[in-house]
Ligand binder design. Structure first.
Ligand SMILES: Cc1cc2nc3c(=O)[nH]c(=O)nc-3n(C[C@H](O)[C@H](O)[C@H](O)COP(=O)(O)O)c2cc1C
Length: 197
């Protein structure tokens, strides 16, 4: 028996929290830990920015030659973990991952500041850089190449959508009796279970 009615759609619940977080002084509520793993299950984590979410999934963008992208191609599953201190929530999302369409990636790339667009061309993300100067020179080279023109999206830069299978909301409570609601996708529905803290 539940003591409190909880939102039965986790995407709506996430949206409501995310909205609340926009009103706090946290500079980047969209920053989220992204976990990936190699095909033999060795995990790695890093921060990315969540750039969109809806019923279809959670979207972030990156270089397709980066370590995370290589891992996502060989093992297309990932997990996200948000910790939103002002609202006292942790949100965990797990599921499979698909690469965005060319059109979706183009649309988002076009909205980025010009410096970030040129930076995307300049960075061979996750490859070894022997001298910082090489990176700066690459930036200047692409700045010149695209001078007075729109910067096209590099073919090695796109985004991924994490299609959630599990979404868990953790809310702090007294005496460490924290409240955990786990939503599991079952066809078109979400099953809700409560977990011990
Ligand atoms: C606040 C913050 C936001 C970041 N956002 C992104 C992002 O949206 N996409 C991205 O590729 N890297 C982002 N990064 C850099 C990544 O954390 C990481 O260093 C980089 O993507 C290389 O990761 P990889 O070698 O595991 O692929 C961000 C870092 C921080 C601290």
């Amino acid at each position: 028996m539940r003591y409190m009615q909880i939102e039965n759609n986790p995407i709506r619940r996430f949206a409501e929290l995310f909205e609340r977080m926009q009103k706090t002084d946290v500079p980047e509520p969209a920053a989220v830990i992204l976990a990936t793993a190699t095909s033999d299950g060795k995990p790695s984590v890093r921060v990315v920015l969540l750039k969109g979410f809806d019923e279809n999934g959670f979207v972030f963008y990156t270089n397709l030659e980066s370590r995370k992208a290589i891992e996502l191609r060989e093992n297309p599953f990932a997990a996200l973990c948000f910790y939103w201190e002002p609202v006292d929530y942790q949100v965990r999302v797990e599921g499979s991952v698909e690469q965005l369409s060319e059109a979706e990636a183009d649309d988002y790339f076009a909205t980025r500041p010009r410096g970030s667009q040129i930076g995307a061309w300049a960075s061979k993300q996750s490859a070894v850089l022997t001298k910082r100067r090489t990176l700066v020179l690459r930036f200047l080279k692409y700045q010149k190449e695209f001078w007075g023109k729109e910067v096209p999206r590099p073919s090695f830069w796109s985004g991924f959508r994490l299609i959630p299978q599990h979404i868990e909301f953790w809310r702090r409570q007294k005496n460490r009796l924290h409240a955990r609601d786990l939503y599991t996708k079952d066809g078109h529905n979400w099953l809700i279970s409560t977990l011990y803290p």
